[in-house]
Design a protein around this ligand. Structure first.
Ligand code: MN
Length: 371
């Protein structure tokens, strides 16, 4: 991705004090150099809090736990991992339980007790994390496309050729000559596996190298417990609802899930619906705690799901993020039921237009004909 390499970091007069220069872009430096810079930024700090994005996925959790581990072992800090939202998908619940990952909900943490903050698999300006606005992230590590604001962090390793943030952390681990525990190795392995869908989606050679390095170090039995978890009855109930409500518009499938028991179910269903024959677009949305969660999947390689969702949802407020083939947004919902309904209708219309199928008559998935 040379696009992230060429332009020097933007700086304004206000941020250009000589004692506080913006750090260089790190994505393409050798891991040893990046590690050295990381440890330099951590020097003199005592307690680190590493945050995942809200409603964290395995990639985010594995990366956060590994960064905390590196800071403890190589920077002599005390480090904890926190997350906002909920861990909802059955696989992700099993992931945290089976691997006994030391992660805490932000409601259990006192931000004042820390003097060092990290964000992984997200960036300060993305908005899908729980770092209070008054606090600055000291470290940002994320494989998603760089947001310029991230360069204001003392240490920002963002972008680069990685299908998962876990892949980036494997490089740091190796540069630090740290041998991960079986639990951490399994977490990283599953993080890469899940984010790249078994190395079949937006995967680079670095992901494959990390995956192979982790393979002999991880516990396949535990992995099996994570990948094939027991699920609650409401999981099937929600799937039932989603199949009943899904509508096909030519090459797009759109699913209104109403209330969901966990925001990441929206992503799971968008993903599953994409499997329908002939689909190029899958959009699912559902409400959780007064927010509308939107998830988009795109098969067309020329399209960028992250950009599309940002452009489509921007004016609704809230936050959005994503990359080539997958993206998500969460929008604040307020007002009366009729206003919420109108917002959803407007949202769907915008997407139909973006998909180029606004002229198509919708067909219920249950009535759709196979070719
Ligand atoms: Mn990720």
């Amino acid at each position: 991705m040379p696009a992230t390499q060429s332009a020097p970091p933007r700086r304004t007069a206000a941020t250009a004090e000589p004692e506080d220069p913006l750090p260089p872009r790190l994505a393409h430096l050798p891991a040893r150099d990046k590690l050295e810079r990381l440890l330099k930024v951590a020097r003199g700090k005592k307690k680190a809090l590493i945050l995942t994005h809200d409603n964290p996925d395995p990639d985010s959790l594995a990366a956060a736990v590994t960064l905390a581990h590196i800071l403890e072992r190589r920077a002599g800090m005390e480090a904890r991992v926190g997350y906002g939202g909920i861990i909802g998908r059955a696989e992700n619940v099993a992931f945290v339980r089976v691997l006994r990952l030391p992660v805490s909900h932000v409601s259990q943490l006192d931000f004042e007790a820390y003097d060092f903050f990290g964000l992984v698999d997200t960036q300060p300006s993305v908005g899908n994390h729980s770092l209070p606005a008054r606090l600055r992230a000291d470290v940002v590590m994320d494989h998603h496309p760089l947001r310029d604001e991230s360069l204001q962090a003392p240490f920002a390793d963002v972008g680069g050729d990685f299908g998962a943030t876990a892949t980036m952390l494997v490089e740091y681990l190796r540069a630090a000559r740290l041998e991960p525990s079986v639990d951490v190795a399994t977490a990283l392995f599953y993080g890469i596996k899940a984010d790249t869908r078994d190395l079949g989606r937006e995967t680079t050679q670095t992901d494959i190298d990390s995956y192979l390095w982790l393979f002999p170090r991880c516990d396949k039995h535990l992995l099996g417990q994570i990948e094939h978890p027991e699920v609650p009855a409401r999981y099937f109930q929600l799937f039932h609802t989603s199949i009943e409500r899904a509508k096909v518009y030519g090459t797009a499938i759109i699913t209104d899930l109403e209330e969901v028991y966990s925001p990441d179910m929206v992503a799971e269903i968008a993903e599953r619906m994409m499997f329908l024959d002939g689909m190029k677009w899958s959009l699912a949305y559902g409400t959780f705690r007064n927010q509308l969660f939107v998830s988009l999947r795109v098969k067309d390689r020329r399209m960028n799901a992250g950009r599309l969702i940002r452009e489509t949802c921007e004016s609704f407020g809230g936050s959005s993020g994503g990359h080539g083939s997958m993206a998500g947004a969460r929008l604040p919902l307020s007002g009366k039921a009729s206003q919420r309904k109108a917002l959803k209708r407007e949202l769907v219309n915008r997407f139909l237009k973006a998909f180029g199928v606004s002229e198509q008559r919708p067909v219920s998935l249950l009535a759709a004909q196979d070719d």
